[in-house]
Write a protein that binds this ligand. Structure first.
Ligand code: PLP
Length: 710
């Protein structure tokens, strides 16, 4: 079994065994309410007081107080509420309090959101102002010095969760003193605990929120440091727990677990010292450099937490990188909010004014101070495997798809299909219906293979297709092998012609042994064109040899109607490749019918083992991209999956359709892509196409099988 390599500690961490034991002990043996006066309650109170004392020592709280909260978000609300209530009182008394709520531009969203929320609710009417950072993510002290006299509150995190950039708190402190700022100062210290020295009472920091789950305690427990004399307003009123500062019966299991972590920090040897963490990071950085040539680090390595690495790789999207790491069992996260299709650029990297591509494709790798040498060894080995997968799986622009047997690739985006027909033997290709967002990617694939481009054509005339085709042609200028004709579909000026099966003649582009012929898209007034692709023989393209028909933007439920006028030119197994993919059809066969049932057969992870046992001829097919397959090839019930990426399904469909309907079990990471593959086959009339519900993660857990270490 592929062990998870968890490298997402800045999101959350596993729970230390000693913390689990302490929580269990608190629940089993020390379950009293610390407010009760009987012995059971007193025992809980002793535990509570003990953890608080330890926390005070670890944080260097001096005469300040430490309040237990549910986490940092609560601590942030409490600090902001406290400041704004004090501001309102001072406003009412006619004091000058400043008009700005100043926060670092790279703060966790909890900070500006809390400022806006409470400012609105309390009606303090202050202006929120983001304090810019420099290219390394450090606060602009010149701007701070200008604005500090006007600020009622200043929020500057100790270390950034995306990049690990460590703030220069001493310089901020000095800027506040030198400008005689009266602002109250909150430092979100979530990412600093256990990684940076803390002596809060020696600073002029007024509030410092912490979160247990970022350092091996469970979720739902946190702390808030409040400097002695700093204004305080309770967020929660009630039974008067925490000295009336935070009502509600204490989360004793969480507090006990946090206590165990603090004990490790204070006197244990579980956490690696700073120098060792730096050495660990250097090893990871070296592995990344080796595996991902051209990598750029968005983390300022000399001024950041030794446990965080944020990077981008030219030519590779964040999504692609995450998929490869995920396939290799390496858990990392996008440096930015990332949805399946599009990555929203990271506001943190944008604030550092990094290039657009770096902001959009960043990946964050972070580990906790409890990791050891063996863990780093495994992580480096896995990173190397990812690099290898990217090279052999065809993701790296320099090595894409060498020797691939596939001759048709589909690129799907927002309900549109772009098709790339390749002829490996002659090293030539044709692009059909390119869309703007994919132009870069398609051109980099063609360039890296050094293919000659015999045509860039559309199934419909005019814009926006014409501009995209022109843009792609100019990106591929040195490889374009055709003279533009000015034709509305991009059809080349000097093309051949060929006879079709019905005796008519059609314009044709020959590339290798293949030929692409153009025919009107419909029998009526021709507004579009369709293309037939197959091997021509003696100047003729027989219907039996037409493997693909590019049908244009016919609605998916009318695909067959759209090709009715040319059925004499196709065979039953010809794959219909539409441009519009609104209904997720991808492709189907000419012999199927539009009203066909496209429901996929579903396999539950628990049922997979029995299914494979009962069907020794079943083929397990991994529809993830080749680089994901190469990073971790699934072996389910002892059966190795073959790789047929969703983008290459059309190329495989003909041979499956001709086969004997053996059971096909499609799988992917989460079950989304495999569902589409099985639906596509069902629609094409294949009655034995299954999809593994819930994806590989659930199946492997259910079957206790793993992935190839190769
Ligand atoms: N501040 C920073 C820097 C964080 O990384 C996080 C967690 O993502 C938070 C605040 C919020 O912490 P919690 O999950 O404890 O509410």
């Amino acid at each position: 079994m592929n062990q998870d390599i968890y490298l997402d500690a800045n999101a959350t961490s596993p729970v230390l065994p000693s913390a689990i034991a302490a929580a269990a002990n608190a629940m089993a043996g020390c379950y009293g309410n610390p407010s009760s006066t009987h012995a059971t309650g007193l025992r809980a109170k002793v535990l509570l007081d003990g953890v608080r004392e330890r926390a005070r020592r670890v944080l260097g709280a001096g005469s300040g107080s430490v309040i237990f909260t549910s986490g940092a978000t609560e601590g942030i609300q409490t600090a902001v509420l406290s400041v704004l209530c004090a501001v309102r009182e001072r406003q009412a008394a006619g004091d000058t309090v400043g008009d700005l709520l100043l926060y670092g531009q790279t703060e966790h969203k909890a900070v500006p959101e809390a400022l806006a929320h409470w400012n609105r609710l309390i009606g303090t009417g202050l202006t929120l102002r983001a304090l810019p950072v420099d290219g390394e993510g450090r606060h602009r002290l010149d701007v701070l010095r200008q604005l500090a006299p006007r600020a009622a509150m200043i929020c500057t995190m100790a270390a950034n969760n995306e990049t690990g950039a460590v703030s220069d708190l001493e310089a901020i402190d000095a800027a506040l003193r030198v400008t005689a700022s009266k602002a109250l100062w909150m430092v979100d210290s979530v990412q600093a605990l256990g990684k940076l020295p803390l002596a809060l009472a020696d600073t002029r920091i007024d509030y410092a929120p912490f979160s247990g789950h970022k350092l091996y305690a469970p979720k739902g427990i946190g702390m808030l440091y409040v400097r002695e004399g700093a204004p305080y307003t309770a967020l929660m009123a009630g039974g008067g727990q925490e000295g009336g500062q935070r009502s509600g019966t204490e989360n004793m299991a969480g507090i006990a677990a946090l206590g165990a972590v603090l004990a490790e920090l204070e006197e244990g040897d579980t956490f690696a010292p700073h120098a060792r963490l730096h050495a660990f990071r250097e090893r990871l950085v070296a592995s990344l450099r080796e595996a991902l040539p051209g990598i750029v680090f968005n983390t300022p390595l000399h001024a950041s937490l030794p446990t965080t690495i944020n990077f981008s790789v030219p030519g590779l999207s964040g999504r692609d990188l995450l998929d490869v790491f995920e396939a290799a069992g390496v858990r990392v996260s996008a440096g930015s909010a990332c949805s399946a299709a599009k990555a929203a650029p990271s506001y943190v990297l944008e604030a550092m004014q990094l290039n657009e591509w770096r902001c959009a494709s960043a990946v964050r790798m972070s580990f906790g101070p409890a990791v050891d040498e063996a863990f780093i060894d495994s992580a480096c080995e896995r990173i190397a495997r990812c690099g290898q997968a990217i090279r052999t799986g065809g993701l790296a622009p320099a090595s894409l798809g060498q020797g691939s047997r596939h001759d048709l690739i589909r690129f799907g985006l927002d309900g549109a299909n772009t098709w790339l027909a390749l002829d490996a033997a002659s090293g030539s290709c044709v692009v059909i219906d390119p869309v703007a967002p994919l132009a870069e990617r398609i051109s980099s694939i063609i360039r890296s293979r050094d293919f000659r481009v015999r045509g860039i054509i559309g199934t419909s005339a005019g814009e926006p297709g014409a501009s995209v085709r022109a843009a792609l042609a100019s990106l591929l200028a040195s490889q374009v092998d055709f003279a533009e004709s000015g034709d509305a579909f991009g059809w080349p000026a000097a093309s051949d012609s060929i006879s079709l099966d019905d005796g008519t003649r059609a314009d044709a582009i020959a590339f290798g042994r293949q030929v692409l012929a153009r025919v009107p898209a419909s029998s009526g007034a021709a507004t579009g064109q369709a293309y037939l692709l197959g091997e021509g023989t003696s100047g003729r393209l027989w219907a039996d040899d037409v493997r693909y028909a590019f049908t244009g933007a016919a609605p998916s439920d009318m695909l067959h109607e759209a090709v009715q006028h040319m059925t004499a030119l196709l065979n039953r197994d010809t794959i219909l490749c539409p441009t519009s993919d609104a209904a997720g059809v991808m492709c189907t066969t000419a012999g199927a019918n539009d009203a066909g049932d496209c429901r996929a057969l579903e396999l539950a992870p628990e049922g997979l083992e029995d299914f494979l046992h009962a069907h020794p001829d079943a083929l397990v097919i991994d529809v993830r991209e080749p680089w994901e397959h190469a990073a971790g090839a699934p072996v389910l019930g002892g059966r190795a999956a073959i790789s047929v990426p969703l983008s290459r399904l059309a190329a495989e469909l003909p041979q499956w359709m001709r086969g004997g309907q053996r059971p096909l079990v499609f799988c992917c990471r989460l079950g989304t892509r495999s569902l589409r593959a099985a639906q596509c086959l069902a629609r094409a009339g294949y009655r034995n196409a299954w999809h593994l519900d819930g994806g590989l993660a659930l199946a492997e857990a259910a079957m206790g099988t793993g992935r190839d270490a190769a």
